[in-house]
Design a protein around this ligand. Structure first.
Ligand code: PEP
Ligand code: MN
Length: 370
């Protein structure tokens, strides 16, 4: 599949989109992809304002924040509701950023229009439901506000196109599309598999509409974010929507995938999408490496905890069958195996043996407690 959109054309498209929102598309970012950033969810007025002010210097044009949150399972934070729209109005006034939020029904649309929200987006779960999309389209009849449509959670390009067409029929002259991947069946390194052929197929059929990428919801974690963003821009997608929070680990939703505005600056600078100083890029490099270490350590702890659970089950089994906790032969066999595995992985044998001796000691303690 070949992309037909040329970069000059896509810049014009972004310009046109932005003109609809506001006539003052800043000239210094004219050549650059559209950057939408902001938290997964608006949590408090202070959080919304803090992030918005920090984003002012990052090359972000549109501030995003979810007000009504479509959570997969009940009982999680479902958004602050219409009250948050006033906070977005304040963002507009104080920072000059355009503001965007997700709508899933006619009430959401009406509230957004009342509060002057510049850009609306339709979430992946909503795009999969033509009744809901039609209700949104009907509520938008006669109001030409920019609407971005996320791909549905299932790999159906027609459903995605259909949602865009419903909006166009209602008079939306500048719909855009957001590629956010699809739910995987079973284990995947991604939260949502990118399935790059989906946005490429959409582009093939609708080269005239804005297509941006949401690496945050594809990755589900900070580690994979930059690689996905780079691929998307390499495939000539025209912008990025990246979830950004001043204190990502404390976010009320999607904490693992959000990055700080500073990390966003560096991510964009490394992709040469905005200018960042050498010092900023170096700091970010170190930050990225450190966050990889944090991620690996977390996984190590999860694995150790899982190992101890299994150890306890084995302890129970040995007790039921009158077997000894320490079985010397088995332990020697394991140590030999670890030593040869370590040698093949560029790890010091003595270090690995010590580490496993310590794990073994704890395992024996656990089994004695059973
Ligand atoms: C979001 O952007 O916060 C969101 C809920 O995304 P999606 O619809 O892609 O899951
Ligand atoms: Mn989110």
């Amino acid at each position: 599949m070949k992309l037909r959109l040329k970069s000059t054309k896509h810049n014009t498209l972004i310009m046109n989109t932005m003109k609809k929102i506001n006539n003052t598309w800043p000239t210094n970012t004219k050549e650059q992809p559209l950057i939408i950033a902001g938290p997964c969810s608006a949590e408090t007025e202070e959080q919304v304002m803090e992030i918005a002010h920090q984003l002012k210097t990052t090359g972000t044009s549109i501030y995003r924040a979810g007000i009504w949150k479509p959570r997969t399972r009940p009982g999680m934070f479902e958004g602050v509701g219409a009250e948050g729209l006033k906070w977005l109005q304040r963002v507009k006034e104080e920072t000059g950023l355009r503001v965007a939020t997700e709508v899933a029904n006619k009430d959401h649309v009406n509230e957004c229009l009342k509060h002057g929200i510049d850009v609306l987006w339709i979430g992946a779960r909503t795009t999969a439901n033509p009744f809901a999309v039609q209700e949104i389209a009907d509520a938008l009849q006669g109001v030409d506000v920019p609407v971005l449509v996320k791909n549905p959670v299932n790999p159906d390009v027609n459903l995605w196109l259909g949602a865009i067409e419903r909006l166009e029929k209602a008079g939306i002259s500048n719909p855009g599309a957001i590629h956010r991947g699809i739910s995987p069946l079973g284990k995947s390194i991604y939260r949502n598999n990118p399935e790059w052929q989906m946005p490429l197929a959409l582009k093939e059929q609708r080269p005239d509409i804005l297509l941006i990428n949401d690496p945050s919801h594809i990755a589900g974690n900070r580690q994979l974010l930059a690689g996905i963003a780079e691929t998307a821009i390499g495939l000539e997608m025209e912008g990025l929507m990246i979830e950004t929070h001043h204190n990502p680990d404390a976010a009320w939703s999607d904490a693992a995938q959000q990055i700080t505005p500073q990390a966003l600056t560096v991510l964009l600078a490394k992709m040469k999408l905005t200018t960042g100083t050498a010092a900023e890029v170096a700091t970010a490099d170190l930050g990225n490496m450190r966050s990889s270490i944090d991620y690996i350590d977390e996984q190590l702890i999860d694995l150790l905890s899982y190992r101890m659970q299994v150890v306890a089950e084995i302890g129970q089994y040995k007790r039921q069958h009158g077997m000894a906790v320490i079985q010397e032969e088995r332990w020697t066999e394991l140590l030999t195996k670890h030593a040869s595995q370590a040698a093949g992985r560029n790890l010091d044998g003595e270090f690995v043996t010590q580490l496993f001796n310590s794990i073994h000691r704890e395992s024996v303690n656990r089994q004695n407690l059973v």
